[in-house]
Every structure is written in structure tokens, then in C-alpha cells.
Design a protein around this ligand. Structure first.
Ligand code: NAD
Length: 517
């Protein structure tokens, strides 16, 4: 031990390895109430024992606490607080609202480590990825802080000295529902533009990842956001439905799967509520023979293996031109095998835990289907226990599958795990048709040194977020969202403002009124 203490870096590394998840798991971040109403953490009023769910650390399977779902009364309380606060918030200038958001962004940066640790505990993703995510979220909050003072209407000069103007007004109370893969991002990407526009916000995070949305509430409060403008209700599907159906909600913004997105839209249709949807994908990544091969291999890995492959925009259908297939596969498999599966809190880990037993089983089932359908598993796709202390968790090794055909089940379905399918192609024309042959349209990418070809191909791809010679980068200010069944609306850019406001047109007559009667 003494020698370890002298060897400080090694000692720290071991301490970190042993204590990190335990320290976070016992911290107030977990033990305190997880609803956030009217500026405070509160326990739900609902005490129906049938409506509880466990918060589980994906790497060990440890139940960290039992969370009570929010019921109708909790939703009523959240809506009452939001309605009350919204008027005051909307009455402030865009500049003032922006100041609050910018302070919140700074606080996200100050609390980056605390937030990242909570995010890793919730999701099982590697800690460095969580830190990176939080940094991007802080940037996004700051970005909307900047945009807040620019939200305005227009002036239109008309004939006869008459004129019209438009006022861009908030919608009122926005309800948000998130998925579990990027919990803090869901909370910030939705709340920051909603708040910038003068709305109040009520968010239901995924039941798998309840921690960081509440922490965001405390950050907003510390930054000066009036109580009630940002609220969090925890719960499962039932709470989500209560939120969508609540009469005080003016708009729903949802991130999740296509089937649930469809239910959210249906619920909103009844009362003609505004709705935006960020849904699933099965995106194509096209690698031409004239690419920079090492960059393309890196791109394919970025397109498939971040956050254990649980990324909606992943380029899981990797089309590779025939001539470079052999070299591409050799390099890809060699590098994929070197990925380090292990403790999500260890700095060297590149593959953390899959979110749940159910999700891991789904991924493994699809790998089995791939084998049965005649494809070749080149590496991974197996359950791994990186250390005995993780025997209760679920880790799946990143998987590369070749000899794939477009009509194979695992090539068509969204798996939401690290399963990369490689498909061979000959010509540009052929690959564009094949790439677009899907019900989804979230993202896509092209690797080539020929920029004319890159832009020609991109112009024909049916997807909302496209990449040339990189993949899965989300710079602040660049809109993100899907075509086809991948969604409606855009997040993370100026476009977002349109989805959180409505336009009032005002005509002003400067002359005596004339009429033909
Ligand atoms: P999911 O659709 O199962 O759940 C999403 C959220 O909806 C959760 O909070 C859940 O509690 C809630 N919910 C479930 N049933 C509901 C109902 N009937 N009414 C209202 N709410 C309900 O999705 P998931 O498993 O959490 O996430 C994975 C999916 O999310 C994948 O399909 C992925 O592609 C998608 N996703 C999309 C994006 C994007 O930006 N396009 C980002 C991340 C994830």
C-alpha cells in the first residue's frame, strides 16, 4: 500500500476504479427526490406502489433506488407552476432571458464533472464521453442564450401608407419526453430553445436515466430562472401519456422510438397541439474507393461505436465500394478488436455497459439473426464480463458483420447497439438507391476525396443530417432532425426557434376604411 501511495498516479487510478460509481451512487444526486417542481426537488404526490421503477447502474445491475412515477396530481401541480411562471418569463426581454441561459451554460461547465459522473451512472457510457456530452450541452444552452435576444417579428410596408407587422410569440407550456442514450442532451436541447422563446417547460426524462434532468433544474434556478419555468416529472410510459394528454400543454417535443413517437403524435392530434419528433434511424454511410482509407475506418467506428452503439443517427449500414472492401475490413476489424471494454468510470474504457438487460438481449438476438441469415460475424457481438464485479451488468463487444444483403432483417431494423453491417457496392448510382431504400431518414455520410462526388451524392440522399468525411459530430448551431419516419422538426440550430414560437400578424390601416357595400 505504501508503495502505491508513493506511486500517486497508480494509487489514484486504483482509488478511482474502486470508488467512483459508489461515491456517485450514494451522493445527494441520487438520494434526493428526483421530481423538480416550482424550483424545488420534491417527492411525487402519487404513492401508488404499482407505479414505481428501479434506477439501475447498467455496469453492475445494482439497484440504486426505487423511483416513484408521477401521477395525474403531480402533472397538475407541474402545469400549474409552469402556467404561472410562463407569463412572467415571457414578459422579460429576450436579452434578459438570454442572460439567464448564459449563466446556466457557465454553471454546466463548472459542474461538468458532477454532471458527467451522474450521466455515466445513469447510462453506463464511458466517463470521457459523458464529459464531452456535457460540454456540448453547455455550448447549446449558451447558443440559445445568445439567440434569445434576436427572436423578433417583421415589419412589412404596404400600399397607401398602411403596414403590417408580425410578433413571434411563445407557445406557452412545452412538454418534453426524452430517450435514455443522451439524457442531459435531451433536457438541454429541448429546454434551452423553449425557454429562450419565453415558454415554460415540463420534462419527463426516460425512466432509465432520471438523474441529470433534475440537476439541470437546480442549475437553471441558480442561474436566475424563475421557479416554475423548468419542471421535471419522473415516470414511465403512463406518465408520458399523462403529459401528452394534459390540457395545459401547448406543445410536445419528443425523442424516442417511432412507435412511441406515433402515440405521442396521436395524443397531440386530439387537441391539435404542436408536436416535434426526433425518432429512430438506420442510416447509410457510403465509403467510396477514392477515400482516405484510415479516415473512413475511423468514420465507420464513430458512426457505430459511441455510447455502446446506442445512437439514433448511427451509420449502421456501411456501404463499401468493391475495390477497397478487403483492406477496409482488415483495418476495421483490427481496430474494433482493440476497443477497451470495461469500467465506465475508468479513463481508458472505450466501450461501457449497455443500458439494460433487455437492450443487451436485443442486440445479441440480432447478431444471432445475422448469422442465421447467412452474414459473417467478423468480430464481437458477444456478451463480455470485463471484471467479476461487473457480472450483474451487461457488456456487449462491438460487432462487425460482413457479407450483408439489403433485405436481411438486421440490416433493415434499428438495433440500437454496436452492430455494424458492411454492404458491398459497385456504382454511385446503385449505392444512392440502396442507401435511400429505408423508411428512416435521420442521417447519412460519404467518405471520398472527390468533393464533387460528395456533394452530388449528398444532394440525393434522403436524410436530415449528413456528413462528408466525418460522422456523428454535432457542432452547436447546426440543425439536427429527420426525414421520413425519423421525425418532424429540428433541434440544435436557429430552426428550433420556429418550433417553439407562433407568429401573430397585425395589419394596421392608416386611412379611412373603404368597403364595397
Ligand atoms: P422509447 O420510445 O421507448 O421511449 C422514449 C420515451 O418515451 C421514454 O421517456 C419513455 O418513458 C416514453 N414513453 C414510452 N411510452 C410512452 C407513451 N405511450 N406515451 C408517452 N411517452 C412514452 O425510446 P427509448 O428506448 O427510450 O430510446 C431509443 C429510441 O430513441 C431509438 O429508436 C432511438 O433511435 C431514438 N432516439 C432518437 C433520437 C433523435 O434525436 N432522433 C435521439 C435519441 C434516441
Amino acid at each position: 500500500m505504501a508503495c502505491l501511495v508513493r506511486n500517486r498516479p497508480l494509487y489514484l487510478a486504483l482509488i478511482t476504479k474502486r470508488c467512483c460509481h459508489t461515491a456517485v451512487a450514494k451522493s445527494p444526486v441520487v438520494t434526493q427526490p428526483l421530481n423538480f417542481l416550482d424550483g424545488q426537488r420534491v417527492e411525487p404526490v402519487n404513492n401508488d406502489k404499482q407505479q414505481q421503477f428501479p434506477l439501475i447502474y447498467p455496469a453492475t445491475g445494482e439497484v440504486l433506488k426505487t423511483v416513484q412515477s408521477s401521477g395525474a396530481s403531480d402533472l397538475d401541480n407541474a402545469m400549474a407552476a409552469a402556467r404561472r411562471a410562463q407569463k412572467q418569463w415571457a414578459g422579460m426581454s429576450g436579452f434578459e432571458r438570454g442572460q439567464v441561459l448564459k449563466r446556466a451554460a457557465d454553471l454546466c461547465r463548472v459542474k461538468q464533472e458532477e454532471l458527467a459522473r451522474a450521466e455515466t451512472l445513469d447510462t453506463g457510457k464511458p466517463i470521457w464521453e459523458a464529459r464531452f456530452d456535457i460540454q456540448g450541452c453547455a455550448d447549446s444552452v449558451e447558443y440559445y442564450g445568445g439567440l434569445a435576444s434576436t427572436i423578433s417579428g417583421e415589419f412589412l410596408q404596404l400600399s397607401g401608407g398602411n403596414f403590417a407587422y408580425t410578433i413571434r410569440e411563445p407557445l406557452g407550456v412545452v412538454g418534453g419526453i426524452g430517450a435514455w442514450n443522451y439524457p442531459f442532451q435531451m433536457a438541454t436541447w429541448k429546454s434551452a430553445p423553449a425557454l429562450a422563446c419565453g415558454n415554460a417547460f415540463v420534462f419527463k426524462p426516460s425512466q432509465m436515466t432520471p438523474l441529470t434532468a433534475v440537476m439541470l433544474g437546480e442549475i437553471y434556478k441558480e442561474a436566475g430562472l424563475p421557479d416554475g419555468c423548468y419542471n421535471v416529472v419522473q415516470g414511465e410510459a403512463q406518465t408520458g401519456q399523462l403529459l401528452c394528454n394534459h390540457p395545459a400543454v401547448d406543445k410536445m417535443t419528443f425523442t424516442g422510438s417511432v412507435p412511441v413517437g406515433s402515440k405521442v403524435m396521436e395524443a397531440c392530434a386530439k387537441d391539435i397541439k404542436h408536436v416535434t419528433l426526433e425518432l429512430g434511424g438506420k442510416s447509410p454511410l457510403i465509403i467510396f474507393e477514392d477515400c482516405h482509407l484510415d479516415n473512413a475506418v475511423t468514420g465507420a467506428m464513430l458512426a457505430n461505436f459511441l455510447t455502446q452503439g446506442q445512437v439514433c443517427s448511427n451509420g449502421t449500414r456501411v456501404f463499401v465500394q468493391k475495390k477497397i472492401m478487403k483492406q477496409f475490413l482488415e483495418k476495421l476489424v483490427e481496430r474494433t478488436r482493440k476497443m477497451k471494454i470495461g469500467d465506465p468510470f475508468a479513463e481508458e474504457t472505450t466501450v461501457g455497459a449497455t443500458i439494460s438487460r433487455e437492450q443487451a438481449d436485443k442486440v445479441l438476438r440480432y447478431v444471432d439473426i445475422a448469422k442465421k441469415e447467412g452474414a459473417t460475424v467478423l468480430c464481437g457481438g458477444e456478451e463480455v464480463t470485463p471484471e467479476p464485479r461487473f457480472s450483474g451488468g451487461q457488456f456487449v463487444s462491438p460487432c462487425v458483420i460482413s457479407n450483408c444483403q439489403d433485405d436481411m432483417t438486421f440490416v433493415k431494423d434499428e438495433i440500437f447497439g454496436s452492430v455494424l453491417s458492411v454492404l458491398e457496392f459497385d456504382t454511385e448510382e446503385e449505392v444512392i438507391t440502396r442507401a435511400n431504400n429505408t423508411e428512416f431518414g435521420l442521417a447519412g455520410g460519404v467518405f471520398t476525396k472527390d468533393l464533387c462526388r460528395a456533394h452530388r451524392v449528398i444532394a440525393q440522399m434522403e436524410a436530415g443530417s449528413l456528413y462528408v468525411n466525418n460522422y456523428n459530430v454535432y457542432p452547436v448551431g447546426v440543425p439536427f432532425g429527420g426525414y421520413k419516419k425519423s421525425g418532424i422538426g429540428r433541434e440544435n440550430g436557429p430552426e428550433s426557434i420556429e418550433y417553439y414560437t407562433q407568429v401573430k400578424s397585425v395589419y394596421v390601416e392608416m386611412n379611412d376604411v373603404e368597403a364595397p357595400f
